[in-house]
Design a protein around this ligand. Structure first.
Ligand SMILES: Nc1ncnc2c1ncn2[C@@H]1O[C@H](COP(=O)(O)OP(=O)(O)OP(=O)(O)O)[C@@H](O)[C@H]1O
Length: 162
């Protein structure tokens, strides 16, 4: 097979992987529907180049995470169908990555679209620009990170005592 033929073949395998994920993962279908409507909205709204880049990046991030998650699930199921704590960790961690990208996409969508739909925002938002209130989510993010870290620490201590 020629080099170009091999390249085409590898594309077709990648598309097969995407199709498989779409056919088997309900979450992937949800991501696709949400991404479709977000892009449709983006067509009609006057988004800046930066807003469009953020939007596409968020979509690609979620879809990629879901693809990796599906790959990890398949490998785990290949290794064992029985209950195993390591299998649980592998699947849960992969699912956490998807969740994180989805939360990120919701936040980006919120900031990109609220400007267009709700022009009557509090005054300081209008005067300081949307990057400023994007930054105002950082304390919330820090709080969530702290809470998760604290829970992980408590669990770690408990596991090491037993
Ligand atoms: N072999 C296993 N051993 C231990 N726990 C498992 C195992 N398989 C699945 N689990 C647990 O069940 C959860 C769901 O696993 P499952 O394979 O059904 O994924 P799923 O619900 O199809 O996820 P998704 O919706 O992302 O496809 C995992 O996150 C994990 O906590």
């Amino acid at each position: 097979m020629s080099g170009f033929g091999k390249l085409l073949k590898s594309f077709s395998y990648a598309i097969e992987g995407m199709m498989h994920t779409l056919n088997t993962q309900r979450n992937m279908r949800i991501h696709f529907v949400v991404a479709f409507f977000a892009m449709l909205l983006a067509l009609f709204l006057d988004l800046s180049k930066l807003e469009l880049i953020y939007l596409f990046f968020s979509i690609v991030l979620v879809v990629s995470a879901e693809l990796f998650n599906t790959a990890i699930e398949a490998v785990v199921d290949l290794v064992t169908r029985d209950y195993h704590p390591l299998a649980k960790i592998a699947k849960d961690v992969a699912a956490a990555a998807v969740l994180l990208t989805a939360v990120h996409a919701v936040i980006v969508g919120f900031f990109v679209f609220t400007d267009k739909f709700f022009p009557l925002q509090p005054r300081h938002w209008q005067t300081t620009g949307w990057m400023t209130y994007y930054v105002s989510f950082i304390p919330l993010g820090l709080l969530v990170l702290l809470l998760i870290s604290w829970r992980a620490y408590v669990r770690f201590k408990r596991n090491n005592q037993t």
